[in-house]
Design a protein around this ligand. Structure first.
Ligand code: GRF
Length: 202
């Protein structure tokens, strides 16, 4: 059984999407948060997932004692120092832009206000440089002239929730992420009106 730690500071919508994806797939998930009142912990409680408040200063001790196959950052707002990253082992993150563009906080708004016509979502390994680890997967979101910031934001989050779980599964299994995997997952959801328009099987 794979052991997965998901660590975040806020809302936890990605956490919830990951938990749902791995339901009945034999993956043991632990939810951690550096913010005691973060909604991610509440979601974990509601979903029956093991969870704990983990103050930033206790990261090193915790990850030295608890081993995971993979640590997933999902809205973790602090910068992890080198010793903590080493203790964590394999660590990945999701970022709401097409890296290396729009690194750091507020990436969705920054991309929108910059007037780019394509932005998107990136899943990447975490190393000692912020938002600069090796890219595992990206997915574009197109911004047309009539799109509002809130619509763009909603689309980014929708893509995040579809992309992150699949990529996590691939990384756990030590397999390469293939764009087709995502297409098939969209397909299995069967959008209204029939075919998915992407997997080539409809
Ligand atoms: C996501 O947009 C993610 O890309 C970024 O932080 C946000 C977390 O959202 N790193 P949530 O807590 O998963 O809802």
């Amino acid at each position: 059984m794979y052991k997965l730690a998901i660590i975040g500071s806020g809302n936890g919508s990605n956490f919830e999407a990951i938990v749902k994806w791995f339901q009945d797939k034999g993956v043991e998930i632990t939810c951690l948060s550096d913010a005691e009142d973060a909604f991610i912990l509440k979601r974990a409680e509601n979903l029956g997932i093991k969870h704990q408040f983990l103050p930033f200063e206790q990261n090193f001790e915790y990850f030295s004692k608890n081993e995971f196959d993979l640590v997933v950052l999902a809205g973790y707002m602090k910068i992890l120092p080198e010793n903590v990253l080493k203790a964590m082992g394999k660590v990945i993150n999701i970022h709401p832009s097409l890296l290396p563009a729009f690194k750091g906080k507020g990436a969705i708004k920054k991309a929108f206000l910059a007037g780019v016509k394509v932005s998107g979502v990136t899943v990447h390994y975490v190393d000692f440089n912020i938002d600069a680890g090796k890219i595992i997967a990206q997915y574009p979101v197109f911004i047309d002239n009539s799109m509002h910031l809130d619509e763009f934001e909603a689309e980014i989050h929708e893509i995040e929730h579809r992309l992150y779980p699949i990529v996590i599964e691939k990384v756990l299994e030590d397999k390469v992420f293939d764009f087709q995997d995502l297409m098939k997952s969209v397909c299995s959801k069967k959008k209204e009106g029939g075919g998915c328009g992407g997997c080539g099987q409809h």
